[in-house]
Design a protein around this ligand. Structure first.
Ligand code: MN
Length: 356
């Protein structure tokens, strides 16, 4: 990346406008330490589609940011930039979604005898592989340039390629995974690369991941429960367990420290917005009651920074705008703030900005 001082051209007290880049910032990609990769993707979304509109909604909502932060000093100074949505990814998504829809709607008996649907399933799996390669190549390019690449989904299938590129750059990488769902199914409705299998694929198909710590999990099948229980590299903080520990009077800061203690030196956060209580993400694809409070997440992130471990990369997925009311940008508002906080934390742990 090229160097540029921006202190003179950004007024952090002024209202940002979306005609500039994300968070109203004027950086070019080459000047930005953090590059957001929008991935408008919801090919295998089973319940409510709409996460493909997430990156655009986050970009639009981002002008509401106030840069002043009680924990970190001026993350924006490091240069933040969001790429344009890729035409190739948009095309892959609409092709894939059309094919996947008929498979999702078909029952098992129909799938077993319908050759066209079976062919379409192979095609959908190929399309998802193409997406993974696109995201992998883009992330690899940015990482080799000493930039931090951040996937903004899209559904939870989107960051696979990014995590693969990060694991190559940081061997023994640990994943801190916030989610309502375990996302460790072998496959979902025959889809090999669906949102419901992302962490299974990360653990089985990417070498070098030393640890997966899941937080907020409250929706999973028995296969997932057994998979995470038997895999020594996986540690699960179920939502129910966290809630009961809190209700029995345990100090949440102590719990947050414990969560962070399970992670290695280099950490990647994969953040599914539905890990939060649904009041923070009412339009996400598959909301589940329970979940983390926003400030609990802030505390866990803070404990990560305090631990001296490095937040080398992260993603934010499953943010979906309200399909019936475009003026309601609540989900994206929460998303863009969470994204800015993770950006700040990552930059601070990587030595690019200071803690307050
Ligand atoms: Mn997920």
């Amino acid at each position: 990346m090229t160097k540029k001082s921006t202190r003179t051209i950004i007024d952090p007290n002024a209202k940002a406008t979306s005609k500039d880049g994300i968070y109203g910032l004027p950086f070019k990609e080459s000047e930005a330490r953090v590059v957001f990769i929008p991935v408008p993707w919801d090919v295998t979304t089973s319940y409510q589609a709409g996460t493909s509109k997430g990156p655009g909604a986050i970009l639009a909502a981002s002008e509401q940011i106030d840069f002043f932060d009680l924990d970190f000093i001026d993350a924006y100074q490091a240069g933040l930039f969001m790429k344009k949505e890729s035409a190739k990814i948009i095309k892959l998504n609409s092709e894939g979604r059309l094919l996947a829809k008929k498979i999702i709607d078909a029952d098992d008996a129909t799938m077993a005898k319908n050759k066209v649907l079976q062919k379409n399933l192979v095609k959908v799996n190929q399309i998802c592989n193409d997406l993974n390669n696109e995201v992998y190549n883009e992330t690899k390019k940015l990482l080799s340039n000493d930039q931090i690449a951040v996937v903004v989904g899209g559904d939870h299938a989107t960051p696979f390629g990014a995590i693969k590129a990060y694991a190559e750059k940081y061997p023994k990488l640990g994943i801190l995974h916030f989610d309502a769902h375990s996302d460790t199914r072998n496959a979902y409705m025959g889809f090999e690369n669906s949102h419901a299998s992302i962490m299974h694929n990360v653990m089985e198909k990417i070498s070098g991941i030393s640890k997966l710590v899941q937080v907020g999990i409250r929706d999973f099948c028995e296969q997932e429960y057994l998979y995470t229980k038997e895999n020594k590299k996986v540690e699960v903080y179920f939502d129910q367990t966290l809630a009961r520990r809190k209700m029995s009077g345990e100090n949440f800061q102590k719990i947050a420290k414990e969560i962070i203690s399970k992670l290695p030196e280099h950490v990647y956060i994969s953040f599914d917005i539905d890990g939060l209580d649904p009041r923070f993400c009412p339009n996400t694809g598959t909301p589940v009651p329970g979940g983390l409070d926003y400030q609990e997440v802030m505390l866990i992130i803070n404990e990560l920074v305090a631990s001296g471990k490095k937040l080398v990369g992260f993603d934010l997925v499953e943010v979906a705008p309200n399909p019936k009311d475009k003026s309601n940008e609540w989900d994206a508002n929460v998303g863009m703030r969470l994204l800015y906080k993770m950006t700040s934390a990552s930059l601070a742990t990587m030595g690019h900005i200071k803690k307050r």
